[in-house]
Design a protein around this ligand. Sequence first.
Ligand SMILES: Nc1ncnc2c1ncn2[C@@H]1O[C@H](COP(=O)(O)OP(=O)(O)OP(=O)(O)O)[C@@H](O)[C@H]1O
Ligand SMILES: N[C@@H](CCO)C(=O)O
Length: 318
Amino acid sequence: MTQYYYAPASTGNFSAGFDLLGAAFEPVNGQVLGDVLAIRGECATTKLSLSGRYQHQLPTDSTDNLILHCYQLFQQRVGKTLPGLDLHLFKELPVGSGLGSSACSIVVACFAFNHYFAEPLSKAELLQLMAEAEGGVSGSVHYDNVAPSYLGGLQLMLPGSAHLCRNLPWFDHWQVVLSYPGTTLSTKAARAAIPSQLPLKTSIEFAAGLSRFVSALYCQDEVDAIAALHDVVAEPARALLMPELPALRQALTELGVAHVGISGAGPTVFALCQSEQIAAKAATYLASHYEKNQDAMTHICRLASAGARAVKDPTQCS
Ligand SMILES: Nc1ncnc2c1ncn2[C@@H]1O[C@H](COP(=O)(O)OP(=O)(O)OP(=O)(O)O)[C@@H](O)[C@H]1O
Ligand SMILES: N[C@@H](CCO)C(=O)O
């Protein structure tokens, strides 16, 4: 019997936490915004077929697909040669979008293999495997897409701690509009734009902003949490890659949006809204001013508190 697995889209950085904060999101209208992997059964040689809105953005040769790469990594990590699998990927996240597309495929694949083979890897081992696979694509290991896509929620990375990451509090009424213009930005290229060293002043501003945001979440101080959302690391360095951001921010702020930031490495932007009404206005604005082609999309989302999981049907994941 076919088994289906799903992992949600994610927004890395969430402005205040370059490489250290990431959130999983799902559309409030129940649409699927993430990848679904089907394991259709076992066969002599592992094979992968593709469908989904964004399958045309994937490498045409499926041996270059991260799903198959992850199966090799998974077998190496468990130390066994496993049976061939008949796999099908429903690719519903655009590639190079800032929505954690490669991370989403990596997460759904690693989660599915571990579940299918009766969990030979622990949660922490699986998360490390996912991060290493993501590092192979983006040029350096960062957990801020794989952790939320795997575990759900808003995750704070804890480098050096055995915990790896922790789920943070959130504000239940917050909605986030994600708008992808339909154009691509390579994560590797967007990471190359970030300076390798930060001045002391910027380092202190970064630490202050992230600490202020996290403490405001724990105290449920909404005003302070929103005020802390400043990206002092990635946004200044990526300004040339995201030239429309200042005008979008101004217009959306006038509509009542609490904060506008770059989702991951861009070009998707996220608009943090304190009510459904403002989110609806922001989505209408972004759909007409930021979408550029047929691949573009804009979704009103809530935090996806659950991450990767087995699902009954590839069209019903929320
Ligand atoms: N299943 C897959 N999903 C996404 N990308 C894949 C997949 N298989 C192979 N790739 C390749 O991995 C690379 C992903 O590039 P990149 O890291 O820039 O995108 P991304 O992870 O989608 O970005 P973002 O995290 O900003 O959404 C592309 O070269 C793409 O062709
Ligand atoms: N933290 C990563 C996320 C990539 O989606 C970056 O900004 O490069």
